[in-house]
Design a protein around this ligand. Sequence first.
Ligand SMILES: [Zn+2]
Length: 342
Amino acid sequence: MNKLLPTSTAGSLPRPSWLAEPEKLWSPWKLHGDELTEGKQDALRVVLSDQQQAGIDIVSDGEQTRQHFVTTFIEHLAGVDFQKRETVRIRDRYDASVPTVVGAVSRQKPVFVEDAKFLRGLTDRPIKWALPGPMTMIDTLYDAHYKSREKLAWEFARILNDEARELEAAGVDIVQFDEPAFNVFFDEVNDWGIAALERAAEGLRCETAVHICYGYGIKANTDWKKSLGEEWRQYEQVFPKLQTSSIGMVSLECQHSRVPMELIELLRGKKVMVGAIDVATDAVETPEEVADVLRRALRFVDADKLYPCTNCGMAPLSRRIAQGKLAALSAGADIVRRELSA
Ligand SMILES: [Zn+2]
């Protein structure tokens, strides 16, 4: 990007009420068959138009064609039985009933590539596409086949790489892997998590990113955040190794978070997507609040590597509030852009 401080969102945006029940995570589709296909494409048009109108520079699909950022991808793979469910502890935080890995996992056909081609056909702006990361994928499954988190992660990394290469060929400019699990399993992240992530991104010529957050604004996450104390130093465990990795960009949470801003210094040289929009509140930030976060981040990241972003996805918010937040992000970035060019 030639423009300084190009804006983007971390991932999901609210889905229209005619497609799925609004202001709710993971709500089921209201349409079926051909109507669902058409409805998803219409939703892609709507979120693209919302982003463009708000002045967002790097657009995304807003995850309009998936119900869940991890499960929808896994649903398309062989080797996972969705009828056979076990209760596991997700991210060491909350119990959930999850599908079981019953055999070798494989991707029979592309998952999001048609959606990406469709979006590419609608816009000339750079497109960022999010995929789940290998560690976050294994953390939402019960594994009765490989019986090794690391082994399963490497299998998923290979599968993700196939998908990522096809997304790149479809015209995606940035492939982002979502790894909230990186904020929890520090030993595994450093032992093999980052290596598996690099495997998922292997050979890509487009930009590559990893999104590490403190999660959506759901109760399990806000309760967890309350238990983390005055300073959230989780990033300190993983940034040093990420800094030496082949991943080009890191997306992180900064607005209203207790992450000490100076931890960004540990990523020096990487492009940093600074979360300047809190997704866990309905209060819409003022442009000045956004600008304040960006100015503080600028002490630790070079201006040409700073990408203003949201803390996480906005799917659970109302469309009106999400639109307000997109506009605030854009206006806040504008303020700092003007200051930098003055
Ligand atoms: Zn997130």
